[in-house]
Design a protein around this ligand. Sequence first.
Ligand SMILES: [Zn+2]
Ligand SMILES: [Zn+2]
Length: 444
Amino acid sequence: MPIRMYIRAVGTGLETMREPPRVRREAPLWMGRLCGGEPKAALRAAVRKADARGECLARYEERLWVRRAAASRPPLHDPVSGYNGRGRRSPMPTMKAAVCKAKETIVIEQVPRPVPKQGEVLVAVKATGLCGSDVDGYTGHHPMIKWPIILGHECSGVVAEVGPSTSLRAGSGESRWRPGDAVVVEPFFTCKRCPACLRGQYNLCVDLKITGHQVPGSMAEFVIAESCFLHPKPDNLSFAEAAIAEPVAGSLHAVERANPRLGSFVVIIGCGTIGVLAMQHCLNKGAEVLVCDPAEFKLHVAQKLGAHHTHNPEKADLKARVRELTGGLGADVVIEAVGKPATLAATVGLVRRGGTILLIGWSGNKTDAFDLTSVTLDELTVLGTLGFCWDHKAALKLLSAGKVTVKPIISHRLPLERVEEGIRMLRAHQEGVWKIAITEEEEA
Ligand SMILES: [Zn+2]
Ligand SMILES: [Zn+2]
């Protein structure tokens, strides 16, 4: 009778052991039919074989655990349950979650409550902002989102549980997150050791995972976040406002890249959440801003927030208007925040020679028409932007100080049970729908 052995590969070496009790209790990992005392070469070959068969299901740091694939056991890192291989408690705590199961199907159900691992924090969700990428995930047009998944990445809440041993607040190194702390989630998980991470550009991490995209999101009672990507919620912000710090940070990151100056003329195409936030950043930088959108109610708010010019493209020609306002030169900076082929193509005709085009809107098209001849001959700068990187602190400061406001754009507050309705409202571009907050919090 062959002796059942546990195999652990540490770095390049291998260790064998009989029944490590902690591991066996939490997630049984084994490979049968290995005799005790086998030479290391044979074990190594067995590991390789198991790996090739896809039986190596869990990797922690340099360690490689080998186990026989068993359909009866929950897979490690289950995207729906958030089961993370650290074991279940008995009885297993559950939580209510809005699970996107398939194309245009969201089911409210009880799923296992995730358990924070080292370096992670479990956050009790207080508010989640609905975003265009949630709509894309719901309809199956988002390349990073695969079903089943709990959507939601614009999130604020309260610390419920801190993972073992690592719980430092970002930047401080002294105080620790404690249950009850009100926090804003920066929805990233990064590797901390790829060239981008080492350069500090963690938004470009080769192994970037985004909450609600590749890992379970915040349309649930609880969500897991990395301890280093939590930020204290300013006391004077509601949880709904604090959740929307995420697009505030994203738009800030984008505008900082385009870097409009005092007196620059900026055209913003699209007055969605990102558009109206980018507008506020440009105004804070002292730029003259024209906002273009077919929704009159959004233009009205943009004007109230300080936009110098608003433009409805269904009523008049945008290019002629920009030429007129800039003495025929064109805008210093054009920010595209729609992502439709027509608006992408229009940017080149709006910018001045030597100007900058910033692309925030994401079209999802394989190819987009863009006049590259003008880019060359007019010496244009075309910039992309991805998420945020060290921008949340500034975003929260701006919100807390009232230099950027999200209050007038929160058009609806819905409970978790009505997530799907909210996503459909966003998708239909219903009149009066702007930013929807999923929250039980009363409007202040
Ligand atoms: Zn978003
Ligand atoms: Zn990385």
